[in-house]
Design a protein around this ligand. Structure first.
Ligand SMILES: Cc1ncc(COP(=O)(O)O)c(C=O)c1O
Length: 400
């Protein structure tokens, strides 16, 4: 076998996910990147770094492998791996915003993202406006001279709202702002925001990328040529977003540890096959729920009745594995959550096992009383990759 390899960035998604950044170990030939559980590196004389490694907050070979694989998966210029999705978001916002700036956020964003922007960045002088991002003209109308970031989540958590990434990239760039897309629900297999004009992609790799509910992590992937908004200069010098994010990642230090990076990389390799099964199961579950008399509404972009169905069909390879539905009252929603036997009652999503939760009291409790409050009869399902007949039967008995 040749030691040469193709340019992985030009190969198909799964080939990139399995190989990019993951050449066999040069010393042993190990086909999986080792877990470099190490904090520091011997220098060959002062400043004589081997492969650029100095200290593991700054860089670690296992993390580098994950960062290169994520960059290739999203077709971006550089990837950065963090200790959680929110750590990734926090680092990005610090890198690209300054006091006095304004951010447009989805009016049904993930509750933790909203809490970070409103309650952590708010006191540091960052204003925000929640907007229905499916209404492009409403987004344009919300732009201010100080708007530096348009934050997009599509599909949204937990209402499965869809917004048009290419159209919103136009609005952001007309305003001199960055378009940031949280691609956690869709994954890079189903949706490629950078190719649609986004500047930065955000992930909670805790979810589908990790895929096995065994690791918390986050990632940023920056598009080639992305420039800081409003003529901002990076503390590292220059105006490129990737340079500023790299400076902040090292300066704030919320990095992914080597074992977490390794687990996440292992998950990434099987992302495509898992997503195919997740979404086939989710489509069947959504169809079952849509025909059930105890369900008042099903939120799944794969249903033709979903208001974002056409946009989703255009910009996604498939409709994903998340399904939400309304049970008619909070009591009924809580009752379903209590009765399932295969769907485990738990927060988080994107693992191989099916999960059920009540967003109002669980994942989205932090936005209660705000414009982002979710309906109290909402139930969210993370449809896993078990046998679909068992999933449908479980929901049938829980709804009976
Ligand atoms: C869409 C979305 N973005 C970001 C996050 C935050 O990620 P983490 O929990 O890894 O910090 C979550 C977590 O649920 C999420 O669902």
């Amino acid at each position: 076998m040749s030691t040469e390899h193709p340019d992985w960035t030009r190969t198909g998604f799964s080939t990139r996910a399995i190989h990019a950044g993951q050449d066999p170990d040069p010393t042993t030939g190990a086909v999986v990147p080792p877990i470099h559980q190490v904090s520091t590196y011997k220098q060959d004389g002062v400043g004589g770094l081997r492969g650029g490694y100095e200290y593991s907050r700054s860089a670690n070979p296992t993390r580098t492998a994950l960062e290169e694989a994520l960059a290739a998966a999203e077709q971006g210029e550089r990837g950065f791996a963090f200790a959680s999705g929110l750590a990734a978001e926090d680092t990005l916002l610090r890198a690209v915003l300054r006091p006095g700036d304004h951010v447009i956020v989805p009016d049904d964003a993930y509750g933790g993202t909203y809490r970070l922007i409103a309650r952590v960045f708010g006191p540091w002088g960052i204003a925000h406006t929640p907007v229905d991002l499916s209404d492009v003209e409403a987004v344009r109308a919300a732009v201010r001279p100080e708007t530096k970031v348009l934050w997009v989540e599509t599909p949204t958590n937990p209402l499965l709202g869809i917004s048009d990434i290419a159209a919103l990239a136009g609005v952001a760039h007309d305003a001199g702002a960055l378009l940031v897309v949280d691609n956690t629900f869709a994954t890079p297999y189903l949706q490629q925001p950078l190719a649609l004009g986004a500047d930065v992609v955000v992930h909670s790799t805790t979810k589908y990328v990790g895929g096995h509910s065994d690791v918390v992590g986050g990632a940023l992937v920056v598009a080639a040529g992305a420039v800081l908004p409003g003529g901002l200069e990076s503390p590292a010098g220059g105006t490129d977003v990737a340079g500023a994010v790299g400076f902040h990642q090292n300066s704030s230090g919320a990095v992914a540890g080597p074992f977490d990076a390794w687990l996440t990389l292992r998950g990434l390799k099987t992302l495509a096959v898992r997503m195919d099964r997740h979404q086939a199961n989710a489509a069947a579950v959504a169809e079952f729920l849509a025909g059930h008399p105890a369900v008042t509404e099903v939120l799944y972009p794969g249903l033709a009745s979903h208001p974002g169905h056409d946009v989703a069909a255009r910009q996604m390879r498939g409709f994903g594995g998340m399904v939400s539905f309304r049970a008619g009252s909070e009591a009924k929603a809580l009752d379903v959550c209590a009765r399932t036997q295969v769907f485990t009652l738990a927060e988080s999503l994107g693992g191989v096992e099916s999960l059920v939760e009540h967003p109002g009291r669980m994942t989205h409790g932090s936005v209660a009383g705000t414009t982002l409050e979710v309906p109290d009869d909402l139930v969210r399902l993370s449809v896993g990759i078990e046998d679909v007949e068992d999933l449908v039967a479980d929901l049938e008995q829980a709804l009976a």
